[in-house]
Write a protein that binds this ligand. Structure first.
Ligand SMILES: [Zn+2]
Length: 254
């Protein structure tokens, strides 16, 4: 929240200086408009981009030289099993950010993800993309119900959280601090929800990937499932090493 408070302070300072310097001139209104513009731009970046660590501190890369694959919005009855098969064959540990509602619909898949050595994170219960606009009580409810759904299946709570579409606000920061959850962002967004051509998506990812990256995929998409084996093979040729299945739980701490 420090960056948010600094932005507020900067805004107050800009307004005060503008008033002091230009109070008797029309230029005051221009100076005021510029101050508001700067405040809103910084605030918007803070809401939209987790990696700015504006309201809260999110982990957006690793420190151990490995790359971590993360899969959001599952479990999906069609694609999650196929993605798990690829990860099993390639001996790669991934982190699945699960939607509570889908977890309750596909409990066997949640158990399989855990049994095969992957990490599980909370991605809220309903994945409401407007959650960051709702009050603190609603955010707490969504995260709590997401956790309850996961707990009811694997008998343990998760310590990882990723907000739907990555937007945050001061309420999120307060709730996540209260729940003592680690917010995990990403350093490489695949845009698998946007790309239609598999070759273009692979090309973009292989050009961009580097060690310590946390890669954001979705395990409910056909294109992600289709490109995954080729993406892993080409990344390995680029000397990228993915977190192995046998790696301990603390992939973020080393
Ligand atoms: Zn999502």
């Amino acid at each position: 929240m420090l960056k948010h408070y600094l932005n507020i302070l900067l805004f107050i300072l800009n307004c005060s200086v503008s008033f002091y310097l230009f109070k008797e001139s029309n230029f005051f209104y221009y100076a005021l408009a510029i101050s508001i513009f700067i405040f809103v731009v910084i605030l918007s970046c803070g809401v939209l981009f987790l990696k700015f660590n504006y309201f809260l501190t999110a982990t957006t890369s690793l420190k151990n030289g490995y790359c971590l694959l993360t899969f959001d919005d599952g479990p999906d009855p069609i694609y999650t099993p196929q993605i798990l098969k690829v990860l099993r064959e390639e001996n790669i540990k991934a982190l699945f950010f699960i939607i509570g509602k889908k977890a309750l619909e596909n409990p066997a898949l949640v158990k399989q993800i855990q049994a095969e050595g992957h990490l599980i994170g909370n991605h809220t219960f309903n994945h409401n993309i407007f959650l960051s606009l709702l009050p603190k009580k609603q955010i707490l409810k969504e995260i709590h119900e997401g956790d309850e759904a996961i707990q009811s299946i694997i008998n343990q709570s998760t310590m990882y959280f990723r907000p739907p579409i990555g937007y945050t606000n001061p309420n999120y920061a307060r709730v996540l601090k209260k729940l003592n959850l680690n917010t995990i962002g990403w350093s490489l967004r695949s845009y698998d929800t946007v790309y239609k051509q598999e070759s273009k998506l692979i090309h973009r990812l292989i050009n961009a990937i580097k060690k310590n990256d946390i890669v954001l995929f979705h395990d409910n998409l056909e294109i992600t499932n289709n490109i995954l084996p080729t993406f892993i093979r080409l990344a390995k040729e680029k000397d990228i090493i993915f977190v192995p299945l046998s790696y301990n739980e603390n992939v973020f701490n080393d």
